[in-house]
Design a protein around this ligand. Sequence first.
Ligand code: NAD
Ligand code: GLY
Length: 363
Amino acid sequence: MKPEPVRVRIDLGERSYDIHIGCGLLDSPASYAGLPAGTAAAVVTNRTVAPLLAERLAAVLGAQFKRVQIIELPDGEAYKDWTALNGIFDALLGAACDRKTILFALGGGVIGDMTGFAAACFMRGVPYVQVPTTLLAQVDSSVGGKTAINHPLGKNMIGVFNQPLRVIADLDTLDTLPQRELSAGLAEIIKYGPIADDAFLAWIEMNLDALKRRDKGALAHAVKRSCEIKASVVAQDEREADVRAILNFGHTFGHAIETGLGYGTWLHGEAVGCGMVMAADLSVRLGLIDTTYAMRLRAIIERAGLPVVGPALGVARYLALMRLDKKSEAGETRFVVIQAPGHAVVRVAPDAVVAEVIEAHTR
Ligand code: NAD
Ligand code: GLY
């Protein structure tokens, strides 16, 4: 039986919006009802997703917009850069799109992050809608308005906060997702347990096999609960002045892995999964949680099909890469650590302790 569609509200004053979660949402005109009546819609997608879903989205938007254009970018983290971003502007200007154009980000986090950034810049700002088609994008990247491209020296270093008008997370689009990408999405779902909801971690532990075989009921609950947690954190701290940083659990180590290996070598979710193993161990070494909890988390991450041993980049390289993290202040790297199950905080950690973590978890 298909799960009932649900909506999660993200309260941000005049920038508030709904996250629609359910099956069959992509083709349903109701998903797009109430969006501003723009003259044109531009579907930004990539060469992998386009043949699967773009014509379907264009068809339903065709009933609402005078003109619908599909913009296809190359696929991959390695293309989350200025050149691909500029490709969006080339296509929009080439088609004489005006300021009433609405962009639709159809794809995973790479497309979502770049479309949101392009929407903020095109003609000084046009609206956009997130239509996430990976598990990772449905539970994390499409929500909260962080947009960016990568810089060779660091992940997501160039970008802006720009909230979408709406998020439309159609669980049926996940049917074609490769299993490795599904596991990458599970990493960001698992993340919400240790940082915000210990009961959710227990639920994930119980339902991991159902999630891995894409049981729609299990996916619906996981996407909804993840979005609820993210919406609550973002509503408290939209621009990451403090508490929003907890959403970056595992990301300081993870971003170092992604940048150090070259973008796209490990998937973002894989790097975050392994990064959470390292950040949990750091929490143990700082005396915050016991080893049993860190080992339990490691076992869940491994069961999800994610790597739990990081690449041997060398301690010095890890430390140098992590110093460029956006949470760093005055040259000090700050880490999201678990203070108690379901509660995360941000801490500076001595290099010597971080080095022990790196040595223990890389090969
Ligand atoms: P991705 O966008 O690269 O998508 C993963 C792969 O799946 C791609 O090859 C894509 O073409 C393919 N794909 C997408 N939908 C598909 C479908 N329905 N069927 C088959 N294939 C499909 O990666 P991702 O994991 O979705 O996102 C990772 C990116 O998101 C990273 O760049 C990361 O930095 C960013 N991110 C951003 C935030 C945020 O808050 N903005 C949060 C987390 C991650
Ligand atoms: N994915 C981290 C954040 O949105 O803040």
